[in-house]
Design a protein around this ligand. Structure first.
Ligand SMILES: [Zn+2]
Length: 265
């Protein structure tokens, strides 16, 4: 004789499993909102910063507001775009997508005030497989000597949009960074993270962030959705719009007069 579970019971179990997954995959602050915002304020003091992404438009979506604020504060903001995004979904808009996407990235960079854009032109979807990625990034890093670095979160990426180039480029950078002497090594701020401890209030530059995103015409812009996503991040810390980061400190000792997580309350 077979035992049959009532249908409502099976549905309930399924619902609980789904809710459990949703809970696990949620973006959750690992510090108090006030401390996350204070750390965000602190990172804006960096005078030379480097950001590494895989595709044109990654910068503007994930970290454009923060880079804009840094540029406004007089920082030297150098960015590396590893591929030209030639495998992007909207290929129909331009006969030469590589050139079109570089031009869009240049326009977005002017809006956000990047000092220099390094286009590596590596093959889209395979950037992390290229040894050239680490070589070129190391070269740019050694010339700039950044005080802060921005990359994707290689370990705790926020869902739903995952891409092998995103986490792969970040892993390549971390392998390079881990070999540097801890003394004087800059902190790394990881974006597209679901374990953020740092929040930058980007409310004053949200319009520019949208404008920079919309410069990526071949990708259809995306400004409206952008407002919704970064407003949700803002709600986590009680500001209209925020960009969130997980911080990897350069050395064991937290920089500045910041209390350790154990003593902060
Ligand atoms: Zn991307």
């Amino acid at each position: 004789m077979e035992m049959r579970l009532p249908r409502w019971f099976i549905l309930l179990v399924l619902l609980l499993v789904l809710l459990g997954f949703g809970w696990l995959l949620q973006v959750r602050l690992t510090t108090a909102p006030a401390q996350a915002l204070a750390q965000g304020q602190q990172l804006l003091a960096a005078k030379r910063v480097l950001a590494l992404v895989a595709h044109p438009d990654d910068l503007e979506w994930y970290v454009g507001g923060t880079l804009h604020l840094l540029a406004n504060a007089g920082a030297d903001v150098e960015v590396i775009v590893a591929s030209d995004g030639e495998q992007g979904p909207n290929r129909t808009h331009a006969p030469d997508l590589r050139a079109a996407r570089r031009a869009e990235q240049e326009r977005a960079g002017q809006i956000n005030g990047y000092t220099q854009i390094h286009f590596l032109g590596l093959p889209d979807r395979l950037v992390a497989a290229e040894p050239e990625l680490t070589l070129r990034v190391a070269e740019i890093y050694q010339q700039l000597k950044p005080e802060a670095v921005f990359i994707f979160d290689p370990d705790w990426p926020a869902y739903p949009y995952l891409h092998a180039d995103h986490q792969g480029s970040a892993q390549a950078f971390m392998r390079f960074w881990e070999k540097l002497p801890a003394q004087g090594r800059p902190p790394v701020y990881l974006f597209q993270t679901r374990q953020p401890d740092t929040a930058v209030d980007i409310s004053t530059v949200i319009d520019a962030k949208v404008q920079a995103m919309d410069a990526h015409v071949s990708q259809g812009g995306g400004g409206t959705m952008l407002r919704r996503v970064f407003a949700a991040d803002g709600r986590l810390v009680g500001v209209p719009y925020a960009e969130l980061f997980r911080t990897v400190r350069g050395d064991a000792q937290p920089s500045g007069a910041q209390p350790s997580p154990e003593t902060a309350e």
